[in-house]
Write a protein that binds this ligand. Structure first.
Ligand code: GLN
Length: 199
């Protein structure tokens, strides 16, 4: 059983821990570099990407995170977590750093303000059956991707799910629904399952 961490600096950590546990992983919060070193994969949750970025720097996690992602640790970012995995942010707040790992440019708050949050059915490449219920909360979209990035889903003409190697990101929050198929896919990646690799 893979041990999957959830970066627990800010955001919807609890929901991810629950979703991962129900997708057959051992789920653990990660706040310190020593904890990061012990996980097979990591989720970066939704929340506020500038806050997560600042806290990651403050906790001495930014470089260790970059190192593990560079080394191929499976990583999954939702919403603010997607922003953290972007090599480039279109409109970064001053001092807003990312971990990177996905050759993409993201636009923060692209779908509008908090009160314009919405749900929509999203078809995700590699997820069988019904579309996933996408919960978009001040969500980013992916403005553009490099050649190594696989687009897994679009909504309203905008890219909302991507994968590059072992890094997965969605604009929306599967952890807020009872449907844990995206987490199950990620747990397979963390297990080193070749089927997840051939998505
Ligand atoms: N708008 C937030 C940000 O820019 C992300 C929102 C979310 O994670 N639900 O970080």
């Amino acid at each position: 059983t893979p041990v999957v961490g959830v970066l627990a600096l800010q955001g919807d950590v609890r929901e991810h821990l629950i979703a991962l546990a129900s997708a057959d992983a051992v789920a653990r919060p990660v706040r310190r570099p020593e904890e990061l070193a012990e996980v097979d994969g990591l989720v970066i949750p939704g929340g506020e990407s500038t806050t997560i970025s600042k806290l990651a720097a403050l906790f001495g996690l930014l470089e260790p995170l970059r190192a593990r992602v560079r080394d191929g640790m499976p990583v999954y970012g939702t919403c603010a977590g997607m922003i953290m995995l972007a090599d480039k942010i279109l409109d970064p707040r001053s001092g807003q750093e990312t971990v990177g790992g996905i050759d993409m440019i993201v636009r923060r708050n692209a779908f509008g303000r908090q009160n314009e949050s919405f749900e929509a059915a999203v078809d995700i490449k590699g997820i069988e059956g019904d579309p996933v219920e996408g919960v978009f909360i001040r969500a980013p979209w992916v403005e553009s991707v490099g050649a190594q990035v696989e687009v897994l889903a679009e909504h309203a003409g905008h890219i909302v799910a991507v994968r590059q190697g072992n890094a997965l990101a969605t604009s929306f929050h599967p952890e807020l629904t009872g449907d844990h198929r995206v987490h199950a896919l990620f747990v397979e990646m963390a297990r080193g399952n070749p089927r997840a690799g051939s998505l």
